[in-house]
Design a protein around this ligand. Structure first.
Ligand SMILES: *Cc1c(COP(=O)(O)O)cnc(C)c1O
Length: 396
C-alpha cells in the first residue's frame, strides 16, 4: 500500500489543474507581453486567473502579484516593507520564533543589516498571544510578519486580531499563509491583512508558482529587475501555464472547502486518537486551533528520522520536523519554540493529509506506527535508561 501523508511538504497537482494547464504549453504559448492577438489571448487568460485568485481571498485583482512561490512572496513582502521603512527611520520588525525559514532567514539578513528583530514566543500550544504583540509594538516598528498556520504543527494564529492591532498602530501586517490558503476560509479584508503569501503546490496546484497579495496603498519593490511584468514589481516572462493551474486549484479548493474540511478532519482525528494511545507520546500544538490536515506527535525515546525511514519501507510518506530541515542534525526550531526538550523534539512525526487519503490508509498507519515505535524503542539506549529509571520521562 502506498500512502502519501506529506501534503504539508507538497501536494499532487490535481488532474483538473493539469488538464487546464496543458493548452497553455501547446496551443496558447504566446508571450503575455506581445501585442499581437496571439499574445493578447495569453494576457487575457493571465488576467482572468488573477481575478480568480483575488476572488478566493476577497481581494481586488490589482492587489495580486504572481511570483515563483511562497519563498519568493515572503522575501519580497518583508524586504520591500523593511527597506522603505528604513528610509523613514523605522527599523523594527516583529515576527514569531516558529516561522518558516523563508521568513526567518530573511529576518536574519535584515538583522545583519541593522534592523531590530523581535520574535514573539508561541507557547506550548503553538499560538502567539495578542497581548505580547501589543506590548512589542513601538514607534520604530515597521512590520509585523506572522504566519497564518504553522507548517509543522498546523496551529492557526489569531490573524484577524493581529491585523486589527497592526491597523490601529499603523504597522504593516504580512502573513505567510502558505499552509492556510486552500485549507481555511480566508478574507483579507475582514481579517485586516495588508500582505499575504501563498503557494500553489500546497493546495494541489503546480510547483514553482505562487502569489503575493498587497493591499492597495502598501508599496512594494521588485526583487527581480528586468521587464515591466506585474506592474514592474516582478520581472520575467509570466509562467502562464503555472498561473492557470494555480487559479484552477485554488478555485476548486475554495469551493470544496466544507466537504474537504469535514472529511480530512475526521481522518485527522482518527489518527490523533489512535496514535495518542502509544505510551509516552504527545500531540504537538493546539488541538482546536489547527488546520484540518495536520497531525504532529512526539514519541519519547526514538529518533524521528529512523521512524520516517521505517515508515517509508511500509510505503508511508511522512515527515519528521520539516522537509527543509531534515538532513540537519538540529531538531526542528518549531518544536523547540513550543518548549520541547531537544531529545523529545528529535522523536517527532508529522502526517499531513489530503482529501484523497482514505480510512483504509489511516487504519494501515495506525497498525504500522505502534509496531515501529515499539521496535525502535527496543533498540534505543535512551529508552533503555527510561525503563530502568536512570532517566526521567518527559512525556508521561
Ligand atoms: C512551503 C512553505 C513555504 C515555501 O513555499 P514554496 O512555494 O515552496 O517556496 C513558505 N512558508 C510555508 C509556511 C510553507 O509551508
Amino acid at each position: 500500500m502506498f500512502v502519501y501523508m506529506d501534503n504539508a511538504a507538497t501536494t499532487k497537482t490535481s488532474s483538473k489543474a493539469v488538464k487546464e494547464m496543458l493548452p497553455y504549453f501547446t496551443e496558447y504559448y504566446g508571450n503575455c507581453s506581445s501585442l499581437y492577438e496571439f499574445g493578447q489571448i495569453a494576457k487575457e487568460k493571465l488576467e482572468e486567473s488573477r481575478q480568480i485568485v483575488a476572488d478566493c481571498l476577497n481581494a481586488n485583482a490589482n492587489e495580486i502579484y504572481f511570483t515563483s512561490g511562497g519563498s519568493e512572496s515572503d522575501n519580497q513582502a518583508i524586504l520591500s516593507v523593511a527597506y522603505r521603512a528604513k528610509k523613514k527611520g523605522k527599523n523594527h520588525i516583529i515576527s514569531t520564533a516558529f516561522e518558516h525559514h523563508a521568513v526567518l532567514h530573511t529576518l536574519k539578513k535584515l538583522e545583519k543589516d541593522g534592523f531590530e528583530i523581535t520574535l514573539l514566543p508561541v507557547y506550548e500550544n503553538g499560538i502567539v498571544r495578542v497581548e505580547d504583540l501589543k506590548s512589542a509594538i513601538k514607534d520604530t516598528t515597521a512590520l509585523v510578519t506572522i504566519m497564518f498556520a504553522n507548517n509543522e504543527i498546523g496551529t492557526i494564529q489569531p490573524i484577524k486580531e493581529i491585523g486589527a492591532i497592526c491597523r490601529e498602530r499603523g504597522v504593516v501586517f504580512h502573513t505567510d499563509a502558505v499552509q492556510a490558503v486552500g485549507h481555511l476560509a480566508i478574507d483579507v479584508k475582514e481579517m485586516n491583512i495588508d500582505m499575504l503569501s501563498l503557494s500553489a503546490h500546497k493546495f494541489h496546484g503546480p510547483k514553482g508558482v505562487g502569489a503575493l497579495f498587497v493591499k492597495k496603498g502598501v508599496l512594494i519593490s521588485p526583487l527581480i529587475e528586468g521587464g515591466a511584468q506585474e506592474k514592474g514589481k516582478r520581472a520575467g516572462t509570466e509562467n502562464l501555464a503555472g498561473i492557470v493551474g494555480m487559479a484552477v486549484a485554488l478555485k476548486d479548493a475554495t469551493e470544496n472547502l466544507p466537504t474537504y474540511t469535514k472529511k480530512v478532519t475526521e481522518l485527522r482525528d482518527m489518527l490523533i486518537s489512535g496514535l495518542s494511545k502509544i505510551p509516552h507520546s504527545k500531540i504537538n500544538g493546539d488541538l482546536i486551533n489547527r488546520v484540518p490536515n495536520n497531525v504532529n506527535i512526539c514519541f519519547e525515546g526514538i529518533e524521528g528520522e529512523s521512524l520516517l525511514l521505517m515508515l517509508d519501507m511500509e510505503g508511508i510518506c511522512s515527515s519528521s520536523g520539516s522537509a527543509c530541515t531534515s538532513g540537519s542534525l538540529d531538531p526542528s526550531h518549531v518544536l523547540l519554540a513550543i518548549g520541547l526538550p531537544h531529545e523529545v523534539a528529535h522523536g517527532s512525526l508529522r502526517l499531513s493529509l489530503s482529501d484523497e487519503n482514505t480510512v483504509e490508509e489511516v487504519e494501515h498507519v495506525l497498525k504500522v506506527v505502534p509496531e515501529i515505535v515499539e521496535r525502535l524503542r527496543k533498540m534505543s539506549p535512551v529508552w533503555d535508561e527510561l525503563i530502568k529509571g536512570e532517566r526521567v520521562h518527559v512525556i508521561q
